[in-house]
Design a binder for this molecule. Structure first.
Ligand code: NOJ
Length: 554
């Protein structure tokens, strides 16, 4: 088996570990490719598309949870970590997928969700059937209610998805769930919880998985007094100490996981979902004995604005340098509005902003900016995350019928928040009408979320060999990045800015990236050769138009 990115030989010769500058493609299995025709993506579908992913030029695949789950929160309600959800396939399919991906040089990252499990997990089933005060309930946060008959929740915490963070069982006790009621929070003060997670990590690492993405990584540690706090939480800058966000004890979990990861001949990578506004508190998760990387949500939430982007890039690099961790660059994922849509709106900030639903959207503008943003991301030092479908230029589907929606944000807000289904619509692969090759032609089941007819022009097959398509830009850019030595070092320096609304920087001695965010053309700097442009240039290649990025040598 060969893994193309970095071999242990290269590591021995001083090359950087693979995760430091990898391009990682996020696979939302349910919406990627459906091989068995039930309208739901599956592992066999992913296996069939592995050559497409290898050809795209990414280094690794991150899979959203693929474990057995009632899918109350798209699989982030794990019922059994040691089984694949039957809708997706079997453990054997996963093992084959890992082996086949490795053979193509693609590494594999799986999701681990330490904060909670499904209410259908064996532990919660046992807790539900056990007495108040029992050992089975000690793995979770069970409490009596307040009020004369315990009819009020134990405290005022609210769920991330809206509504109270507590649900009452028929025997009168309440349990904590910072997300949906189907996602009871685990009690990390119970040693069994830590032991089980170590076993889960080893289960997947032993099967060849190369790293884990750690879900809601700031939240597993709780103040056991469960003090009243109020509805503000998670993504805002929390007052310290917060009863459940970013508590100091949470770092012990990841120090232990790092030891587990490092115990393998080729150490496994830990990648955290750490939503924290304070860059120093975020960097604390990236200390040498904790995680390797964390998603850069400041960047994802940054509007298409040169000064703001420059600030986020500088802030990111400054926060990561002292802990020696690589930065990451990400614009879309399964939780946020697709960036083609965000960048086509007057207010392009905020990955997910229910207030923006229905805002006028210029998709041509958003697409142009998304192309420019790709070349910016891939030129910055560190690793990049791509979300499936962005290589096709997919936009957010904003007009899904209510009856099709599945996201708890939608249900728990009584429809006020449309939720995240619009970025999870099954991919268009081929053909001129839904299911666009997502499911086999003979299948009778429609895709689990309806695809827009207008995606016919974005199907992978249509774009595959089309000069100027989004897919062609991704493939060319990824190949160019791979071959460009300067992009695999930490070297980064702003050049004499061409203007305040232009991002202009060098990597190494001869690579330069220039992003024009102004509304006027900008001259291509003298004595530079064009490597790649995100869109057509003006004046025979001498001018960079607005919302365009160029890569240059010189
Ligand atoms: C973050 C995940 O990305 C999101 O999809 C999920 O709903 C929550 N964590 C809860 O697990």
């Amino acid at each position: 088996m060969t893994v193309r990115t970095r071999t242990s030989d290269e590591a021995a010769h001083g090359a950087a570990p693979w995760w430091q500058d990898a391009v990682i493609y996020q696979v939302y299995v349910r919406s990627f490719a459906d091989a068995d025709g039930d309208g739901i993506g599956d592992l066999a579908g992913v296996r069939a598309k592995l050559p497409y992913l290898a050809d795209l030029g990414v280094d690794a695949l991150w899979f959203n949870p693929w474990y057995a789950s009632p899918l109350a929160d798209g699989g982030y309600d794990v019922a059994d970590y040691r089984r694949i959800d039957p809708a997706f396939g079997t453990l054997e399919d996963a093992e084959q997928l890992i082996a086949e991906a490795h053979a193509l040089g693609l590494r594999i990252i799986v999701d681990v969700v330490p904060n909670h499990v499904s209410d259908r997990h064996a532990w919660f089933e046992e807790a539900r059937a056990s007495q108040p005060g029992s050992a089975a309930r000690e793995r979770f946060w069970f409490r009596p209610g307040r009020g004369a008959d315990g009819e009020l929740p134990p405290n005022d915490w609210t769920s991330e998805f809206g509504g109270p963070a507590w649900t009452r069982l028929p025997d009168g006790e309440w349990y904590l769930h910072l997300f949906a009621a189907e996602q009871p929070d685990l009690n990390w003060n119970n040693p069994e919880v830590a032991e089980e997670h170590e076993a889960v990590l080893r289960f997947w690492f032993d099967r060849g998985v190369d790293g884990v993405r750690i879900d809601s990584a700031t939240m597993p540690a709780k103040d056991p007094a469960l003090p009243a706090f109020g509805p503000h939480h998670t993504k805002a800058t929390p007052p310290q100490p917060h009863p459940f966000v970013d508590r100091d004890e949470v770092h012990e979990i990841y120090r232990h996981w790092r030891k587990v990861a490092d115990s393998y001949p080729e150490p496994k990578a830990l990648i955290g979902e750490v939503w924290l506004a304070d860059p120093e508190r975020l960097a604390a998760y990236l200390r040498a004995d904790e995680m390797h990387c964390a998603f850069n949500f400041d960047y994802l939430n940054c509007p298409w604005d040169a000064e703001r982007l420059r600030g986020v890039i500088d802030g990111t690099l400054a926060a990561h340098a002292p802990v020696g961790a690589p930065a990451t660059w990400v614009l879309s994922n399964h939780d946020v509005t697709r960036h083609v849509t965000r960048y086509g709106r007057a207010d392009s900030a905020m990955g997910r902003s229910p207030a923006q639903h229905g805002a006028p959207t210029d998709l041509a503008l958003g697409t142009r900016r998304a192309r420019a943003a790709l070349l910016l991301n891939l030129a910055l030092p560190g690793s990049c995350y791509l979300y499936q479908g962005e290589e096709l230029g997919l936009w957010e589907v904003t007009d899904l019928p209510d009856a099709a929606r599945q996201d708890p944000f939608f249900f728990r807000s009584a429809g006020a928040d449309l939720g995240r289904d619009g970025c999870r619509v099954p991919l268009p692969w081929s053909g001129v009408a839904p299911p666009f090759g997502f499911s086999p032609t003979e299948s009778t089941a429609a895709p689990w979320l309806p695809q827009p007819q207008a995606w016919a022009s974005l199907a992978a097959e249509v774009q595959q060999d089309a000069a100027g398509s989004m897919l062609t830009l991704y493939r060319t850019a990824l190949r160019t990045r791979r071959a460009e030595p300067a992009l695999h070092t930490p070297d980064f320096a702003w050049t004499q800015a061409t203007g305040p609304e232009v991002l202009d920087f060098r990597r190494g001695d001869s690579f330069r990236c220039l992003v024009n965010l102004s509304d006027a053309d900008v001259p291509v700097p003298q004595a530079h050769a064009l490597v790649l442009a995100s869109g057509p240039l003006g004046a025979d290649g001498a001018l960079v138009p607005p919302d365009t990025t160029v890569w240059l040598h010189g």
